[in-house]
Design a protein around this ligand. Sequence first.
Ligand SMILES: Cc1cc2nc3c(=O)[nH]c(=O)nc-3n(C[C@H](O)[C@H](O)[C@H](O)COP(=O)(O)OP(=O)(O)OC[C@H]3O[C@@H](n4cnc5c(N)ncnc54)[C@H](O)[C@@H]3O)c2cc1C
Length: 377
Amino acid sequence: MALIYTEDQKSLIEMVKDMAEREVKPHVAECDRTGITPIELFDPALEMGLHMLEIPEEYGGAGMDFETSAMIFEELAKVDAGYADTIVTTFVALRNVIIAGTPEQAQRFADVVADGGFACFAITEPGAGSDAGALRASAVPDGKGNYVLNGTKCFATNGECASLYVGFFRIPDVGITAFMFDRDTPGFSVGAHEDKMGFRMSNTTDLIFEDVVLPESAIVGVPGKGLNIALSGLNISRAFLSTMGVGIMQRALDEAVAYAKVRVQFGKPIIKQQMVQQMLADMAIKVEASRVLVNNTMKMIDAGMDVRKEASITKTFVTDSMQEVTSNAIQVFGGYGYSREYPVEKLMRDAKIFQIFEGTNQIQRLTIAKCLEKEYE
Ligand SMILES: Cc1cc2nc3c(=O)[nH]c(=O)nc-3n(C[C@H](O)[C@H](O)[C@H](O)COP(=O)(O)OP(=O)(O)OC[C@H]3O[C@@H](n4cnc5c(N)ncnc54)[C@H](O)[C@@H]3O)c2cc1C
């Protein structure tokens, strides 16, 4: 659709589609109902090596380009975006280590992921969401070369299923600093699980730190520069998450067209009714435009370009479009669209989070405006 794919890209997309339809789709409704995704459900994705796509080759990964990787995660998100995001969030944490960590830290991260481990990126706190710079979780030097961590993180994707965490803490008189640590570190525990309206194949939890002692070698990058590291990684991450948004929208369009062809009212399939045609056409416009936008931003990332503004534009356009497209899918289904027996109401629930996480769309608009102000100086 809209993009020109290479033969390799086409065959990878087909393989992922086949795996997701066969191994994941049959479990989606139950996981959505319970909010619990058995960890074994990820085995087929790990067997395909999807968790290694973004790990650089020098650390044993596939080192795949962002353009192709995005196509693969769009496909996975068509079946379930929360499932896809469990792997994508591992990459969100990884990007911090690649940007600022040592080769030893990157290798350790890669080894844990190669063993089937997921990772978690934890910056948000109850009092610090959009204003991440206000975070209060502390890392205090103990005078013996270690840091003692205390505080609470919230809304941590993969909080429950991760083996490895990249968390952000304030060192007094130094500033926000990134630390990498294992699940079984003494004093660290996983807190309450969020009971979310959607995106329920992805687990989201609080993280609790009670006198967690970490060595200096757990610091990722320069102490005090943690916020810069996180924001650099998020420029890639918020563009990349948009590819899952395209997947959700494409699924909504696929479902709506298929239904409109078989639902008969006033003696003909509703796809022959002009106002239904208009809804479907508007949906297709948003899906295609979003896909092209994501693809262009991925190409810019692959070329090593600064995408601060483009990532915010992509995230905002795609995730705002998702609200219209998934809502229209329900409208095309009429009353049945509002029923849990049909797949489209879940797409609308899943879509909403995309306007909120990795920086709300209000914050993205502020970023775009700041970039414009600078560009026009
Ligand atoms: C399912 C889920 C998964 C998540 N995963 C992670 C994760 O893996 N790691 C992580 O660290 N965090 C994660 N988050 C947290 C997420 O990034 C935050 O929820 C988000 O950044 C917004 O913060 P907040 O919820 O505190 O809202 P607030 O910052 O309190 O914002 C509330 C409202 O005010 C608006 N607002 C705030 N400041 C301004 C401003 N200056 N100008 C205009 N409007 C403003 C916001 O746009 C929003 O509409 C996740 C959240 C959810 C729900």
